[in-house]
Design a protein around this ligand. Structure first.
Ligand code: ZN
Length: 373
């Protein structure tokens, strides 16, 4: 009998999607083949966990599983459950678990696990995606046209006769130290163990053709300029039974007309007139989620920072949202007419016009201290 998916992940039915994700992440790290080379038991656990997550990590499949159990995926009527997952499927699943693979916790699984035949990996593709601050703040899904090399329909491969499909050639040479055996990648098949049997005219020497494909890329909120996301398996195909390379997506952050980013916080320079400062006002300002009206108290000082909590960027690692800091700048008139000049001259010695920082808002330095506390 098939094991319960919740039990495999150490959970009970009713676990939240965050708990499921967390549990799977833990298991994937623990039983990762890179960490447990040659350990068949670990590999089995790794596969089981992946299979469980393939179902429980998907809203629709989970609902079906909760209702019908394993039966939900038998008979193939539902477009497949998870039974036949291979390692490549599992690794391509990591995209959403490890947040797109920033910096890549797992590298070098291109070839060679599982103890079987060595598999070649297609080359990676690189693209650049330009994002507005609004898109970065809330996360976005981008559909991007990518020109990938894919195996041409009608291409067939056969076992390389030079290396008998092992991808390696061993040579024995007699040296003064005795017989030495050296292994090197087969240069006929490039190490893949396969060569082309038949291919259509338009395919290249590896049996590949270029095809334009629309790839949907989920960009999590909080990414930064220069970061690189990895979409596993969306690079170029490898010939034969190789695995496709990855699509590497470099993030480009477009400059915003009025908001400046600093980590997860945003800054906005607000200019108000003398009159607004003295009398109070309300002003509309830009945020990453549309315009917001803010109140300016009468008697506001130039340099005051108004903090709009949670109006910044969502943190990439899920630590909440940054703030929007509105910097108040009081605009001093550069020219005065006669009437205005007389007014200010009259006020020159008025008590209300005398600076009195102790009574007023916090000083600039106190505000800076606040910002970092
Ligand atoms: Zn070969």
């Amino acid at each position: 009998m098939k094991e319960d998916y919740y039990e495999i992940l150490g959970l009970t039915k009713g676990a939240s999607s965050a708990e499921i994700k967390k549990a799977y992440r833990k298991m994937a790290i623990k039983y990762h083949p890179d960490k447990n080379p040659g350990d068949a038991k670990a590999e089995e656990m790794f596969k089981k966990a992946a299979e469980a997550y393939e179902v429980l990590g998907n809203e629709e499949k989970k609902a079906r599983y909760d209702r019908y159990g394993h039966q939900a995926f038998e008979g193939g009527g539902f477009g497949g459950g998870a039974g036949g997952m291979n390692m490549d499927d599992i690794f391509s699943q990591f995209g959403d678990i490890f947040g797109g693979g920033f910096g890549g916790g797992f590298s070098g699984f291109g070839g060679g696990f599982g103890g079987g035949q060595r598999r070649t990996k297609g080359s990676n593709l690189r693209i650049r995606v330009s994002l507005s601050l609004e898109e970065i703040a809330n996360g976005v899904e981008k559909k991007i046209k990518v020109k990938r090399k894919v195996q041409a329909p009608g291409t067939t491969y056969k076992t390389c006769s030079t290396c008998n499909g092992t991808g390696q050639v061993t040579r024995v040479t007699n040296t003064i130290l005795g017989r030495m055996q050296t292994a090197s990648p087969c240069n006929v098949c490039g190490g893949s163990g396969q060569t082309i049997d038949k291919k259509p005219e338009n395919a290249d020497v590896h049996g590949l053709i270029t095809k334009e494909e629309t790839v949907s890329i989920k960009i999590p909120a909080g990414v930064e300029d220069g970061m690189q996301l990895k979409v596993a398996g969306k690079g170029n195909d490898a010939p034969g039974n190789g695995v496709p390379g990855d699509l590497l997506v470099a993030i480009d952050e477009k400059e915003h007309a009025s908001l400046q980013r600093e980590g997860d916080n945003l800054h906005y320079d607000l200019y108000i007139s003398y009159s607004e400062a003295a009398l109070g006002s309300s002003r509309e300002i830009d945020t990453v989620s549309g315009k917001v009206r803010i109140k300016i108290d009468e008697g506001v000082q130039s340099g005051k920072i108004l903090r709009l909590r949670g109006k910044g960027i969502s943190n990439l690692n899920g630590y909440g949202k940054g703030d929007l800091l509105v910097h108040v700048n009081v605009w001093t008139p550069k020219t005065l007419n006669k009437e205005q000049r007389e007014f200010f001259e009259k006020m020159a010695n008025d008590d209300n016009f005398q600076p009195n920082p102790e009574k007023s808002d916090k000083s600039f330095f106190e505000k800076v201290k606040d910002m970092f506390s």
